[in-house]
Design a protein around this ligand. Structure first.
Ligand SMILES: Nc1ncnc2c1ncn2[C@@H]1O[C@H](COP(=O)(O)OP(=O)(O)OP(=O)(O)O)[C@@H](O)[C@H]1O
Length: 490
């Protein structure tokens, strides 16, 4: 037992909590104890119940059975505001900032008579950010910030609201190594100042860098709990999946064919702060081009332009054949409020088998969705569930599966394994290899350097909207990549 765990009393806890959604037992008799000064990592496969546990602590869901305990007292958290008042801050999985508003305005959303308090809010946000060592752009709309900045913004807002507990649902899933390091340094610093932190991740390597205590959920129940220093990865993996996952297969040999995706001197302004500037790339059939860079350096705009959802202001984009697109924000590729079967057929709405006289055939879409869910292990296998109520990882499996099915000629994939558990990550990487093997030209944008390095044949690094460096995967050199990502000349 960690001595700290014995001496500090919990600030918040779940005690014997159960929660059911229709046919799914999301949590069964779960205990989870968060103590001041401790970073507690919550692990488990996609759909294991991690977000549900977090939402109950955040006042966004109520338990069917069991209690939420704050400072030793059972409490009823009926709304997010109840939980904020008790000092529980949340950095949600999909982010919860209103995109059109600045960070200051987002903070003000949680207060009344907001115009009058604008300056006070800006000051408190700045102070909170400073205390956590965060530098923020407070005056641009949240959607113009990179993922890492939005997350840090949410973190600062929580602190400005007086959080003593921070719940972070997969904060690292779309961050690069440098940003992850920065986030962890801040989390350790906050923990040292007495904040209790709950942190969800699928990346095992991160656990030892930041966490003191681990709880593993499997199908909604606690399958392991203990100090991180006293467990090993094999035990954690077994508790998550009941078995050890297989290794990602080696890179297969592929036949490279004609250019299927070409950008010529493309300049474009998307929603990112940084425009894309004079970018030229070519991706051939059977080839995977990896795109690296610190988030916010034009990656999102590049992906949108290559996928044809954003027009360049200068230059040209040429694609051959069907283009698959997995955007960075998965909700953009799905219909969150519609049944999952609608999201499953989104690319195929014009096919006669799904629509008659302009009306969707519910049975046909249901059958198609069921098959897609079987092929890509989307759980639960229920095509009627509203898409947005699937767990984050299962939404991702649906999206990637839908896009890579049907042998697209061009695939633009931005963070395709974001939020996926170890097993699903392996499955998606194998799918990407298969798509390229079958002749697709793949543009793979990811903050996960190891993923890009493992899959891509060639790489480019984006900095400030430009291609800062490019090289073959065989010539990968971490120092060189680091320099290019930081904008230092190579
Ligand atoms: N509001 C809801 N209505 C119906 N089902 C829900 C709802 N919220 C969650 N679920 C279901 O509860 C289960 C647990 O989901 P949860 O989001 O907690 O998983 P998770 O461990 O966070 O997964 P991931 O790693 O994919 O984010 C899933 O089967 C999910 O589909």
């Amino acid at each position: 037992m960690d001595t700290r765990s014995m001496t500090t009393s919990p600030v918040v806890a779940l005690r014997a909590v159960s929660k059911r959604f229709a046919t799914v037992q999301a949590l069964g008799n779960v205990d989870l104890v968060l103590r001041p000064g401790e970073v507690h990592v919550l692990l488990g496969e996609n759909g294991a119940g991690k977000s549900t546990a977090t939402k109950i602590l955040a006042g966004l869901e109520t338990p069917d059975e069991g209690e939420v305990v704050v400072d030793g007292e059972p409490v009823a958290l009926r709304a997010r505001a109840d939980s904020i008042r008790r000092g529980v801050g949340l950095v949600a999985q999909a982010g919860s900032l209103a995109g059109e508003l600045t960070l200051v305005e987002n903070l003000l959303l949680s207060h009344s008579s907001w115009l009058a308090r604008r300056r006070a809010a800006a000051d408190s946000l700045r102070r909170a950010a400073d205390a956590a060592g965060i530098t923020l752009e407070l005056d641009v709309p949240a959607h113009a910030l990179g993922v890492a900045q939005r997350q840090l913004g949410e973190l600062a807002i929580a602190l400005a609201q007086g959080a003593r507990v921070l719940l972070l649902d997969e904060p690292t899933s779309s961050l690069g190594p440098h940003e992850v390091g920065g986030l962890f340094a801040r989390l350790r610093r906050l923990a040292e100042s007495g904040v209790a932190i709950l942190f969800i991740t699928h990346r095992l390597a991160e656990i030892r860098q930041v966490a003191d205590v681990a709880t593993v959920l499997s199908h909604g129940t606690v399958s392991l709990h203990g100090n991180v220093s006293e467990t090993d990865d094999a035990a954690l993996l077994r508790a998550m999946t009941g078995e050890l996952p297989s290794r990602t297969p080696d890179r297969p040999k592929r036949t490279v064919g004609p250019v299927l995706l070409r950008l010529d001197e493309v300049t474009a302004s998307g929603r990112e702060h940084v425009p894309l500037r004079e970018v030229s790339i070519e991706v051939r059939s059977g080839e995977i081009l990896g795109v690296l860079g610190v988030a916010g350096n034009g990656q999102r705009t590049l992906a949108d332009v290559a996928a044809g959802v954003l027009r360049p202001s200068r230059g040209s984009v040429r694609t051959t054949g069907d283009v698959a697109y997995v955007p960075e924000a998965r909700s953009e590729g799905l219909l969150p409020h519609m049944p999952a079967k609608r999201s499953a057929v989104l690319r195929r709405l014009t096919e006669p088998r799904f629509a008659r006289f302009g009306v969707l055939d519910d049975r046909a879409t249901g059958r198609f969705a069921k098959e897609l869910f079987d092929r890509h292990d989307v759980r639960p296998r229920d095509p009627e569930v509203p898409t947005g109520l699937l767990s984050g990882g299962n939404q991702q499996k649906l999206l990637v599966g839908r896009e890579l099915d049907g042998a697209p000629q061009v695939a633009v994939l931005h963070g395709p394994t974001q939020g996926l558990d170890v097993r699903a990550t392996d499955a998606v990487r194998a799918e990407i290899q298969r798509a390229a093997g079958e002749g697709a030209a793949v543009l793979l944008v990811s903050s996960d350097v190891d993923e890009v390095r493992g899959l891509a044949d060639r790489l480019i690094v984006l900095f400030d909207g430009r291609v800062a460096d490019q090289f073959d995967a065989a010539d990968f050199d971490a120092t060189r990549v680091g320099r290019a990502m930081a904008g230092l000349s190579t």
